[in-house]
Design a protein around this ligand. Sequence first.
Ligand code: SAM
Length: 235
Amino acid sequence: MSLPRLRLEDCILKDGRWLIDEKQAHHLIRVRRCYTGSAVEGLLSGERLQLRLLCEDGLVFAEELSRTKDEGPSIMLHLILALLKNDQFDESLRFAAETGVYAIHLLSCERSVPKYSGARLQDKMSRWTKILDESTKQAGSASPPKIYAPTGLAELDLTLIPECRFAALLSPDAEPLSGIELKETAAFAIGPEGDWSPSETKLLSEKGFRPVSLGKRILRASTAVAVACGWFSLN
Ligand code: SAM
């Protein structure tokens, strides 16, 4: 069985030991039944830490025993993801985090049903960041994907996106995913429930995204995310 895992970003390193934040401390003690001396694993920006717990005066600390670099997947994948309705979108974020996606660039597409701005967008961004943190913790991955706030496809910052670019398209001209040539970094775009609009399909091609097919069936957008991210993570 795997060790209980902690994300250390919210913990405080003091005098050579980590003070575990209240929420994770509660989970370790009450749910995972850990105690002084229990071995746990810490995850922190690309590193895994082997830790031993110390419970003192109602607080939970962790002593660092060793650290190792987390290799991560061999392909650094940037997922360009259209905003989807809540349940499909949350699922898509979990798939992306569990399969080790490097960055997620959100797109507010013409046919995206949800439209967020202002305080509501900020709330959503912090909720999505939490989902990514939780999913990487459960998957034992050292770093969560970076997430970029939604833009229109026309405003997508191409300086942040690798040059090897693909877009999942329901088109007879799309090449099968299994046939594409792989580079160390790649970008993969997935459209909204209502699909890409004709002007977005044109824009994708102008921005250097090659059309790729995920098979003969029309997949839900979140299934398309699972198939594409899973495929890149296994290569
Ligand atoms: N509403 C559209 C329809 O019924 O034809 C389907 C859109 S699909 C649910 C959402 C997105 O998933 C598409 O924009 C595309 O990016 C991706 N997708 C789903 N199935 C795919 C496939 N077989 N090949 C390539 N992309 C696919």
